[in-house]
Design a protein around this ligand. Sequence first.
Ligand code: FAD
Ligand code: UDP
Length: 388
Amino acid sequence: MSKPAWIIVGAGFTGAVVAERIASVLDERVLVVDRRDHIAGNAYDYRGENGLLIHKYGPHIFHTNSKRVWDYLSRFTEWRNYFHKVLGHIDGQLVPVPFNLNSIAQLFPSGMADRLSEKLVARYGFGTKVPILKMRADADEDLKFLSDYVYRKVFETYTLKQWELRPEELDPSVSARVPVHVSRDDRYFQDSYQAMPVDGYTAMFRKILNHQNISVELSTNYKDVCGDFKSARVIYTGPIDEYFNYSHGQLPYRSLQFKHVPYSQEFAFPVGTVNYPNEFDFTRVTETKHLTGDRGPLSLLTQEYPEAYVPGTNEPYYPIPTTATSEALRPYRNLARELDGQVWFAGRLGDYAYYNMDQACARAIALFDKQIAPVRQNGGRGQASRLA
Ligand code: FAD
Ligand code: UDP
């Protein structure tokens, strides 16, 4: 293969989708490098010893409201319908999370449950979703009682475990990912498209990257090869602070340890995930069989243990959305802007943004449409050709 015109750092959603776009639409050569020994980034899955599909980096459930993203990915996979459900272990019971009218009915005596539910419906409307931090500001005595209960039993300790921060110390969008549902809909996500790739994510990525213009080098750190490709343009989906050698300090990330524990019966749980806000060091346990549709006499449980990210020892899974981190990101964004036209940063780590898979995919498509394609159309003259 001749020298690639483009180097893409990272074979996750962001990198793979941009690579496919450049290879098929622009008909240019792309080299994708990843320092891991596999494609698919954090969505990577593989078959374990007992034949069950394992999500190496924790449970990945696809959901989106974007028809564009859905149609795009549907070119590379067929789908299995799947609506994710989560139970939270609260006061000795397993109740639906996001917390909803069914959770109330399960946890409180019937008269009280009816009163709380009626108040919720009257105040917010049936079918609405209310972030817990918003509900806590409510002056009504019953709703105050309820929101304090949900805050303490569902959010406070889980969030301390996950982030070492309280819910109100994080950007409100974090706890708003799991709002109280004023309905009896137990699904974790409400998006119009919810499904799992039938053969798994890695198989889907193989197809995305299967193009004559794309080559992939695994177990390859960009730092070790960038000198060989000085004239190539770069899409960088690794941590933005690492790219700039932490010149403005390290951005904080949260990491996790995943423990994949065999289970000797067909099923351990009635649903895909059980959250443990208040007990244990792990936050949640996922029985991946529910997600993948695998069958068989044995099962597998994945536990997630949060921990601090320490470069060189573990992985930066989560950017930490706070006011302080958005300040700390600013100098890196400025440095990135100086490289516009030669290096583009994108993805959960490149943008330092808490993206879901569909958002990473949408970001990659938008990057291509608005910034990469116009560069090429203007004869590859970098800066001058950027769209606003
Ligand atoms: P990544 O997948 O992180 O890919 C970046 C790649 O870049 C990595 O493979 C890394 O090895 C590589 N890289 C970094 N630096 C270098 C370097 N210097 N040289 C070479 N390679 C490098 N989203 C959902 O929509 N639904 C879910 O249910 C869901 N569950 C999740 C559960 C967990 C525990 C986690 C952590 C995330 C979850 N996500 C989920 C989010 C999802 O993982 C991300 O949205 C998606 O993986 C982001 O893709 P990306 O390409 O931006 O980043
Ligand atoms: N959260 C919580 N209790 C729960 C579920 C979620 O406190 O039972 C909070 C917690 O801060 C978590 C955030 O809501 O990090 C987002 O949850 P989500 O399930 O979306 O997290 P992810 O799947 O991205 O790890």
